[in-house]
Write a protein of this length. Structure first.
Length: 192
């Protein structure tokens, strides 16, 4: 083994690093860089997706179980004559609020102190059902679907009876209806 004289530079080249150490260092830098890069991307996606993924009411003023205030019992005739009411509420989508929108319309009846509600959309093809006071029945002008006062069909045109809706009356006399739309043209009542 020869030693270089003091003050002279060694001419032997530095020993190269083994290739596996280079590979591990590079792989670790890619993994750490990927994680550092994905964190802000994931946070941004979570921020923008939050309104879509969040579970919340779709109507302002809607109860937790989906009921909307429609009218008061005192608004209904005591003889059971049906009256049509519009359901008005503030609609909420993922990012917007639309004030005072018509959610739907329903027929309400006071039958011996009990309130019943029907969706006024015909289960045949979706036209609006009218109440004919002259013969105390419901009639759809589009395809002549006819219904009795209790909502049962009175001719073979509609596939089922009028769609009844869940109703509750609070102690103040306010009528709350769980408004829903149903699939048309089928015998079984299926919520859309």
């Amino acid at each position: 083994m020869t030693h270089a004289a003091p003050g002279t530079a060694s001419t032997s080249p530095p020993s190269p690093e083994p290739p596996r150490r280079n590979f591990l260092a590079e792989a670790a830098s890619y993994v750490i860089g990927g994680i550092v890069g994905l964190v802000p991307v994931a946070a941004g996606l979570a921020f923008f997706a939050d309104p879509i993924l969040r579970k919340k009411a779709t109507m302002r003023g809607q109860s937790e179980d989906g009921y909307l205030s429609v009218a008061k019992v005192s608004d209904l005739p005591k003889d059971g004559t049906p009256l049509r009411f519009s359901i008005i509420a503030d609609k909420i989508d993922s990012w917007n609020l639309f004030k005072q929108q018509t959610v739907g319309t329903v027929y309400l009846r006071n039958v011996e102190g009990s309130v019943i509600a029907f969706n006024d959309v015909c289960p045949h093809l979706g036209c609006k059902i009218d109440y004919k006071s002259s013969n105390k029945s419901f009639f759809c002008p589009c395809h002549a679907s006819a219904f009795k006062l209790d909502g049962s069909k009175s001719n073979p045109v509609p596939p089922r009876d009028m769609d009844a809706l869940d109703v509750r009356v609070d102690p103040s006399g306010a009528i709350w209806v769980k408004y829903q739309n149903f699939k048309r043209g089928v015998e079984k009542q299926e919520v859309l």
